[in-house]
Structure formats: C-alpha cells, structure tokens
Design a protein around this ligand. Structure first.
Ligand SMILES: NC(=O)c1ccc[n+]([C@@H]2O[C@H](COP(=O)([O-])OP(=O)(O)OC[C@H]3O[C@@H](n4cnc5c(N)ncnc54)[C@H](O)[C@@H]3O)[C@@H](O)[C@H]2O)c1
Length: 254
C-alpha cells in the first residue's frame, strides 16, 4: 500500500475534532488472542462457544463455564498489546492534545487497550479480566495472573457463584456503555472501524449511523466486510501495520 493511500484518511484524522474508534477481535489477533472459534482448542475442542457463553450454560454448569472463562482470562493476561493497540493510544493523545475529543469503543473483552495506555475505553461486551457476584453484581477480584481461581465456580462474599463481567449471548449490553457510545457517535466527525467483521449489532450499525450523520469513515481490515462499501476509505491490511502508518502520516508535523 503506497503513501498516497494514507494521505486523505490521515488528513481527515488530523483535522477531525471528534473521533470515535470501534475495535473488534482483529485488533488483538497479532497479540496472539485467539478468535472466539480459535479459543476452542485442546481441552476445549469439543465445546461450542455459543453453548458456553450464555446465562443458561452458567446456571446449568457454573463450574464448566467459569473454568473456560478463567482459561481465557489467563490467556489474555499472558498476551501483550501490539503496535495497533499502541497506535490507538497515541491517536488518543494526539487528538486530545489538539483539543479534540476521542472515544474508543471496543467489542473486545481482553483488556489490551487499557494495558496499551488508552484511557477509559468503552467495553461494549465487558471484560474477562473483571468478575462480579452473579447475585449482587458487586466486583469480585480474581487472583493475579497466572494464578487461576482456587475453586470453580468461585464463590463471592455474598455466597453466590462469581461470573466474568462479560456480556453473554442473550444478555443486554451495559446501559452506560451504550449511552457513552451513542453520545460520542452523535458529535463524531470521523469514525474508524478496526478489526471487526461488522456483523454484530449494535456495533455494526455505528458505521451506518455515522455515515448517515455525515461523518467520514475509515475501515482497517485485511478483508472486505459487509460495511466496506459504505465507508469513505477502506485500508486493507493488518491493524498492527496500518494504524502506526496512518498515525505517523497524520501527526508527523506535530
Ligand atoms: N480479543 C477479544 O477480546 C475477542 C476475541 C474473540 C472474540 N471476541 C468477541 O467475539 C465477537 C466477534 O466480533 P468481532 O467483529 O470483534 O470479531 P470477528 O471475529 O467477527 O471478526 C474479526 C475481524 O477482524 C479481521 N482481522 C483479522 N485479523 C486482523 C488484523 N490483524 N488486523 C485487522 N483486522 C483483522 C477479520 O478480517 C474480521 O473481519 C465480539 O463480540 C467480541 O466480543 C473478542
């Protein structure tokens, strides 16, 4: 991809006053975080994530479900943020230093944006790194990685099973996360969609919403998605390579 490809989106990024970035599993691919499907290896090969990531599965077999999520928690903790996560943290600093506003919305549950230095990302699907009481919703702190929970399911101080603070199939997205997303999208003049297949709603609708509001849109993905034909610029490639180039081009004179 030549420098010319980056010129227009980089200028749009530098000139934007209100930037929203939406990320999905692809942004963490180069950190070695497996996709949903790929987590089902080894001991977990015979399970279907759609059968484990539900409130019904947790009610039926809390030991199995919490073991699987602890396996994912420790897997995420063992990975490091990649150049794409770091570039998004830098993007936030650059935009804010110019007096603009920046909001990072992520569908990822791996906590890597925070570890890369992003401030307060909106975690639309929660996080496997934080857990809560299934009855009171009060936070329950897991042992520091690489320590697993000593018991499955872990039991909260209230005496109920603890669960990961993620959004399971059939559950509503956290209200505060949705409110923050729509507030940011309302005033946004540039939306970047990075490493998401753009099929999971409501996040998938964000591009349509922003395009309808007149915002410009950039997609970063090695492949076409159902949203590719709606975006202003589609940058084809891996986020760990594309994002550092885009940011270097946008902010090189700063
Ligand atoms: N890291 C995580 O936290 C994690 C991992 C797996 C699944 N999930 C969950 O699974 C759901 C799946 O939706 P989704 O859209 O996030 O993921 P998805 O798996 O549906 O799509 C991933 C997208 O990333 C693209 N991609 C692959 N490698 C890439 C790279 N190096 N750089 C940029 N893009 C790349 C793929 O082409 C694809 O379009 C989400 O709800 C998410 O919560 C999260």
């Amino acid at each position: 991809m030549d420098d010319q490809t980056f010129a227009q989106p980089a200028t749009a990024l530098r000139d934007a006053r209100s930037v929203v970035v939406l990320t999905g599993a692809g942004v963490s691919a180069e950190s070695g975080i497996p996709t949903f499907r790929d987590t089902m290896e080894g001991l977990w090969a015979s399970f279907d994530p759609q059968q484990l990531a539900t409130p019904e599965a947790f009610a039926r077999d809390p030991e199995l479900v919490t073991r699987w999520y602890d396996h994912r928690r420790l897997g995420c903790a063992a990975c490091e943020p990649n150049a794409g996560h770091l570039a998004l943290a830098r993007m936030e600093r650059e935009i804010c230093a110019l007096g603009g506003s920046f909001t990072l919305l992520t569908q990822n549950v791996d906590g890597l944006h925070t570890r890369a230095g992003s401030t307060d990302p909106v975690e639309l699907h929660g996080s496997v790194m934080t857990w809560r009481c299934s009855q009171t919703n009060r936070p329950v702190t897991p042992p520091p990685p690489p320590e697993p929970w000593p018991d499955f399911p872990p039991i909260s101080p209230a005496g109920a099973p603890a669960r990961p603070d993620v959004v399971w199939f059939g559950e509503a997205l956290p209200e505060t996360a949705l409110e923050r997303s729509f507030a940011a999208l309302e005033s946004c003049d540039l939306l970047l969609s990075v490493g998401t297949s753009s099929v999971v709603y409501p996040a998938a609708g964000f591009i349509e919403l922003d395009a309808a509001n007149g915002a410009r849109t950039i997609e970063v993905n090695p492949q076409d998605t159902p949203m590719s034909s709606n975006v202003t610029w589609a940058l084809r490639g891996k986020s760990a390579q594309i994002l550092p180039r885009l940011i270097a081009e946008a902010f090189r004179a700063q």
